[in-house]
Write a protein that binds this ligand. Structure first.
Ligand SMILES: [Zn+2]
Length: 455
């Protein structure tokens, strides 16, 4: 790829809007230079709106896109995370590699439109519908990598350790048969993905949860991961916290802090139920937390202690998880709104004197935290980072007339439908449209939901 020059009237550099920014893309698809205060050279391409860096979606289960909108009815007296999960397993048991690719490609195209340029797949759907290993054990990994290439998004693939159905249950349930992995399986899959060296594909590892993994396997996976990211679902549900306390004498985050050797590779997904001691322990280890506000609201999980995590300086990122929300502006809006509703205050995320804008503080934190979650050493509009960017569409009705100083606030809180006019990944403009991925998605959905008795 030849070196190219872009020029933006305004771009988000170093935590705020800077004017007249010249951006040079190197032959490796990374930023060569980022120079604010530079007049537009004649040979530079002038961007049609302000430029933001792409954000990282730090937690995704792509196959759950096939389930969005189909679990919003109550058919018994009780409906919570666990009843949702039983229904979600119905989809998980019958999706084929080809269907997964079609569904994920459409999801990834939607995520690009929603301002994400890299997605971390917490991937536990490994085997065929009968629980048998595919001839190539990485078949479902390749379905996701192919989907990411179809859409043009970057991917951090995290094969998941999944060994048992609960703290005191020795094995998986029959309806979890597609997930079964040992520590050796997870490390082999991670190496296979890593060694394939596909463009825009990185790898790490994941542990489904403390309830689903033996402590010695968790340790083996973390040790074998080298400097790749290590993700774990941690304290999404109070029932899970209670189970962990009964079985181990510790709360989940407390257990990890005491026994797992938390460091900057670790990403605690759904650190929803935490104590101040647990927050301090995570901060001391340098681990990050991943919050998924849309999914956590949809599943009735509870609210993370956002002020506590922010105050402690813990790296923080966001994820689309079950895919009910597929755009980061809406995800950040709900991250802040949950706190406003619970605390009856406004601008909870803001830090007056330091950063007075809620949107800017959350965006900047998610930018930095997301990079750690995806195993990216550099991220954003800075030399050495991948040349990803979003061009904000100032003709979007919700943004018209907003002063430049408040553009990000309006992107997050004025609820624009399509805030981004163009999206760039690794120096190339994304060409894939939803029109291209929609037929495959529609076909896969028709197959998945046509089977008798499966609804
Ligand atoms: Zn998850």
């Amino acid at each position: 790829m030849p070196e190219q020059l872009l020029w933006a009237e305004r771009a988000w550099v170093g935590g705020g809007w800077r004017e007249r920014v010249l951006l040079a893309i190197g032959p490796d698809g990374r930023w060569l230079t980022v120079a604010p205060g530079t007049p537009c050279p004649e040979h530079a391409a002038r961007l049609p709106g302000p430029a933001l860096p792409g954000l990282i979606n730090a937690h995704s289960h792509a196959f759950q896109r096939a389930f969005v909108g189909l679990a919003e009815r109550r058919d018994s007296a009780h409906d919570d995370f666990w009843s949702w999960r039983d229904r979600m397993y119905g989809v998980a048991l019958r999706i084929t590699p080809a269907q997964l690719r079609s569904i994920a490609a459409h999801l990834y195209a939607e995520l690009l439109q929603g301002g994400y340029t890299q997605v971390c797949e917490f991937h536990y759907l490994q085997h065929d519908g009968d629980g048998r290993r595919y001839d190539d054990p990485a078949t479902m990994c390749w379905a996701l990598a192919d989907a990411a290439a179809d859409a043009g998004i970057g991917l951090t693939l995290l094969p998941v350790l999944y060994e048992r159905a609960g703290f005191t249950l020795p094995a998986l349930r029959d309806d979890q048969r597609r997930f079964a992995t040992t520590a050796a399986d997870v490390l082999a899959l991670q190496r296979q993905v890593n060694d394939a060296r596909r463009p825009l594909v990185d790898s790490g590892v994941a542990i489904h949860s403390l309830r689903a993994a033996h402590p010695e396997s968790l340790a083996a996976v973390a040790a074998g991961a080298g400097d790749h990211p290590v993700h774990v679902h941690v304290a999404e549900q109070t029932a899970e916290v209670d189970d962990c306390l009964r079985s181990t004498g510790c709360r989940p985050i407390e257990w990890l802090a005491r026994h797992a050797g938390l460091d900057a590779r670790w990403q605690l997904v759904h650190a929803t139920h935490s104590t101040s001691d647990e927050i301090a322990a995570v901060a001391a280890g340098g681990a990050g937390v991943v919050i998924c506000p849309g999914t956590e609201a949809n599943l009735g999980d509870g609210l993370a202690d956002l002020p506590g995590w922010l105050q402690a300086g813990v790296p923080l990122s966001i994820g689309s998880d079950s895919q009910v929300i597929r755009a980061w502006p809406e995800e950040l809006r709900w991250l802040e709104y949950g706190q406003r509703l619970a605390l009856r205050q406004r601008n909870v995320a803001a830090a007056p004197g330091l950063e007075g804008a809620s949107a800017a503080r959350l965006f900047e934190r998610a930018l930095v935290g997301g990079a750690a979650a995806a195993g990216q050493r550099r991220w954003g509009l800075e030399p050495g980072a991948r040349a990803d960017l979003l061009v904000v569409d100032l003709d979007e009705p919700a943004l018209v007339g907003v002063p430049a100083s408040h553009w990000l606030d309006a992107v997050v809180f004025a609820a624009p439908a399509r805030p981004f006019a163009r999206v760039m990944v690794a120096g190339s403009w994304i060409q894939t449209s939803l029109e291209q991925t929609r037929p495959g998605f529609r076909g896969a959905m028709a197959q998945l939901w046509a089977e008798p008795g499966q609804r």
